[in-house]
Design a binder for this molecule. Sequence first.
Ligand code: FDA
Ligand code: NAP
Length: 454
Amino acid sequence: MSARENDTYDVVGIGFGPSNLSLAISLEEHHANVLTDPITAAFFERQPSFGWHRNMLLPSATMQISFLKDLVTFRNPVSRFGFVPFLHAQGRLAQFVNRKEFFPTRQEFHQYLEWAAAGMSNVVSYNSAVTAIRGPREHAHTSADSLRLEIRDTAGGGSRWVGARNVVISTGLEPRMPDGVVRDERVWHSSEFLDKFGRADHGELKSVAVVGAGQSAAEITKFFYEKLPHAQVHAILPSYGYSVADDTPFANQVFDADAVDDYYFGDEPVRDTFWRYHRNTNYGVVDDADIRHLYQIAYDEDLTGVKRLHFRNLTKVQSVVRDGRGARVLLKSPHHTAEPPLLDVDAIVFATGYDTMDPTRLLGDLDRYCLRDESGRHRVTRDYRLVTTPELTCGIYLQGGTEHTHGLTSSLLSNIAVRSGEIADSIVQRRAERDLVPAAAGVLSSLEAVEKPI
Ligand code: FDA
Ligand code: NAP
């Protein structure tokens, strides 16, 4: 797609990961069915092509949600962009069903997402990073109800501006490193794992460490053990051992679309309760099968007496100092052990998780129009729109970064089909109201403008 300089769209999406891809489909299906005057949309993605956490596409790693929680099915089960139509198009539907498994591999789900993104190529520009958003009075071409966005060509081609009556920010999670630890060619975050591993001389990696006790840490530990048969592998766990991800049916209800209402309209103690009891559905936890696999390796090593997988439990990393071609890691632990608190490794991977999406930097000066709650967090309406002062009438929607208002699914795939449908409804309805088209406005459900009283 080539979005033109100074064009103004009804919707501009920042980022084209699964969330905004799902929104693009939702908008297309919306105007195909409802409107004669389609919503115009353009999405900008900084990567050169579609890619979903490519650096963690480890062989045989599986999805953590059912294939039915794809981009569309929970909103529109007959969409042509579902996982089942994808399997059908690949000629693999029967084989997939024969597996009797809800969980595809991440590699297969990535192929599905690429297939869907290819079907929406008319609305996305790749190699296009959004670097700034300007509001009313901050840019010559801006009126009260539109914003201007600066798009930088990441392939080196310069910058341009486009206009938007609504912006949907969906830039994803931010890798988190411990304070003071700097990434380089031997000190990695899990989000860059396959890229850095691919560029390393594997023969030189004789001792490696993985920090963390979440899904990323367990998968990378397993991968190192299999791919580097000559290496010592150190797993540095803050806990006593890996804990299992609760994906049992009652707990799984926290990812249902209905749970968003319970969370959004609940008071602070209700929200705290969600996190207190159900954080272990997703954060700092590992699939049962992966835990058992790693334990079996450790057990087999005890049997043979050949040990190269080492667990340091109740341990965190205090600091890392680069030492020649490797790194010297200073550990901290309440244990009184004979083990020195120092570990010399040829590479260390921080699988230490992610910070939630924060739109503040991208909003720049525009942030002063966005209202915050008493804890300093953005106020967000039920339809995922930032609450703004009256001077700013255009919509700024968030896909991600709404854990404090909408709950546990904010950064996950579980609810994206429904959420993107709600955002599309809201955009269409707001436009209908603005254009005073009563017929269209009456047909559409009213999610707009609902904000929990504070
Ligand atoms: P996502 O991060 O996927 O996409 C954001 C996009 O925005 C990126 O493509 C980025 O390049 C782009 N971007 C950022 N800034 C930009 C800018 N300024 N201009 C233009 N483009 C910009 N969840 C789940 O429910 N089930 C699962 O199985 C998994 N598995 C999983 C594996 C791994 C390794 C991780 C790290 C995370 C998961 N997740 C998950 C959670 C994960 O957040 C989720 O799968 C999606 O990536 C969320 O999609 P988004 O589109 O919101 O973000
Ligand atoms: P995570 O679940 O947030 O886990 C981070 C881990 O790092 C936690 O154990 C945390 O311990 C630990 N940690 C943080 N700081 C530390 C420090 N300074 N020293 C030692 N340990 C530290 O992150 P993740 O494993 O990357 O998972 C993130 C998301 O991606 C989750 O939604 C997960 O499900 C998803 N994911 C999915 C797949 C898949 O689909 N196959 C693969 C990987 C990841 P504390 O809890 O004590 O802070």
